[in-house]
Design a protein around this ligand. Structure first.
Ligand SMILES: [Fe+2]
Length: 260
């Protein structure tokens, strides 16, 4: 199964005067075009889709994502407003009816997809409260024989000096690690939030953080090498090999960055 991952696009409204408004839209547009050429089975969007959680930002986001051919699975980041996100993507039935949490499962693919909501209104850091813990234990317990990919906005582990104490309550990040470590069917965890690419072992499985699609807030990427182009991730998934990941550099945003 081939999964494309996008994250942290931080899209701004069409009318925004922010200097990176057009650049960020161009980055996402070019990624969408390239993803269509790769023909993935699914596209996972690990949050911070827009900058301020506003309806006019979601309407621009929606238009930019419209050409995407593969099924799209969204989760919120701390920059998102769950009500506004749900309203803009009201056709995505998976976003509805989970008691205020945008967590869900997708069963239609070779690998089971489990989306985890790590956000809380007004909170920049991650949360994984008892209700969410109960939901994940039940969800993973239902299909222990199905290879499963988890995705979440906030990584539940530290990354050197760049991201430390990312959860408001460290015991909640530990609870997530404990739950996943008891479920060997989990082949990986995909994250956003840090804007910095990381691969590591975690909870008996593989974890990945991808760089932000928005190149103006991206970190940890050799910018001479990337030449300003956006980078998204392609993950090939199987029960035997787990996750094999490729950072896919796209298009020619570079000319626009140099012009800024
Ligand atoms: Fe972000």
């Amino acid at each position: 199964m081939l999964v494309a991952q996008i994250s942290d696009t931080h899209i701004l409204a069409r009318a925004s005067e922010h200097p990176a408004a057009q650049l960020r839209a161009d980055c996402l547009r070019q990624c969408v075009a390239d993803i269509n050429q790769q023909r993935p089975d699914a596209v996972i969007f690990t949050g911070d889709t827009v900058q301020h959680g506003r309806a006019d930002e979601y309407s621009r986001l929606r238009a930019l994502l419209e050409p995407l051919e593969a099924p799209l699975y969204l989760i919120p980041g701390n920059r998102d407003d769950k009500d506004a996100l749900g309203a803009a993507f009201s056709d995505k039935s998976y976003l509805a009816g989970n008691g205020g949490f945008l967590h869900y499962t997708i069963e239609r693919h070779a690998v089971r997809l489990v989306a985890i909501d790590s956000t809380f209104p007004g909170e920049r850091k991650g949360r994984f409260c008892e209700k969410r813990q109960t939901w994940l234990v039940k969800t993973l317990g239902e299909k222990t024989d199905r290879p499963t990919l988890l995705f979440i906005h906030h990584p539940p582990f530290d990354v050197d000096d760049h991201y430390v104490g990312g959860y408001r309550r460290p015991e909640e990040a530990k609870a997530l690690e404990d739950i996943v470590s008891r479920h060997p069917q989990v082949i990986g965890l995909l994250c956003g939030h840090v804007h910095w690419p990381v691969e590591r072992d975690w909870a008996g499985t593989q974890a990945r953080i991808m760089p932000s699609i928005a190149v103006d807030v991206r970190k940890g990427v050799d910018e001479d090498d990337a030449d300003g182009a956006p980078i998204y991730m392609l993950h090939r998934l199987s029960e035997e090999t787990g996750i094999v990941s490729q950072a896919k550099r796209v298009g020619d945003c570079a000319s626009r960055i140099r012009a800024r």
